[in-house]
Design a protein around this ligand. Sequence first.
Ligand code: HMG
Ligand code: MG
Length: 305
Amino acid sequence: STSRFVRIVEVGPRDGLQNEKTVVSPDVKVELINRLQAAGLPTIEAGSFVSPKWVPQMAGTDDILRRITHSSATKYPVLVPNSKGLTNLLDLLKSSPTPLTDEIAVFTAPSESFSKANTNCTVAESLERLSHVVQVAQDNGLRVRGYVSTVITCPYEGRIEPHAVREVAKALLDMGCYEVSLGDTTGAGTPQTILEMLNAVQQHVDASKLAAHWHDTCGTAIANVMAALSAGIRVVDSSVAGLGGCPYSPGATGNVATEDVVHVLHGDGWETGVDMSKLAATGDWISRELGRPNESRAGRAWLAK
Ligand code: HMG
Ligand code: MG
């Protein structure tokens, strides 16, 4: 039944690759997205329309959107930081004879210093910028997902108050985001601190509007996924092979690995629509392409069978 369904948002091609030292060729990015689609991931974040000076790994997302094999069952959101990025995306969409994406994601944070480091503006300026971006995106038929970073700790400010997370999450929903993904950017969360934060957010926001975006820096991400499920959240962001990190969060490792999430969910009787064999093979392949270890324990175990 649908009540046992968890939607996985695969962020490897964006959150993963944006922080890998190796800049991956367009061919590899296209193959990665096509393989993830074939493995059954319903949503694949395909890249960003950010400044290539800030994040060179994400240059060429327009080319990637044109070249992937589009499935009508799959969403291909792209991250957009500002009006300039949205204009670039809309120009691309208008020039394409076929639909390339109908969704963007915007991001902000409750922490002033992280906002400055990640987007070169204050939190208030960021919300003002984004409300314009969301408005124009919606006027052009795009759905918008919101991200809140640093929901547990900030690399510069330390502990973040749960009510500050709630205010920013609410602001994103009020401006028109259909869902807000809560990012434990530093991976400092534990099940109890995650639940305290969620409890504060859920005083004003329904669980159906929230997603869990946990980085696995301290090895607690899977435990935190289970905590989010127990709080009623049914959308989990993850990255194949645990790729990535965050360029503005020193020492942060990648997102929770998609293979690990699929393993624990299927083992506990949840449905995801993801084919573990195809997913694990994809994680192994992209790790080799990057010349890095496969960070997914469940992926490695599956391949060793
Ligand atoms: P800025 O330098 O303040 O921007 O950066 P600006 O408006 O002054 O423009 C400076 C130059 O960048 C100009 O070019 C612009 O045209 C260009 P110049 O005149 O010098 O040649 N520019 C752009 N080019 C392409 N696309 C654009 C764009 N915007 C400006 N969109 C800006 C402000 C927001 C652009 C910059 O800070 C930026 O790109 N930041 C992106 C940072 C980023 O991508 N971070 C990672 C994603 S967030 C994340 O990973 C967290 C998440 O996973 C959740 C979690 O885990 O916490 C989502
Ligand atoms: Mg992230």
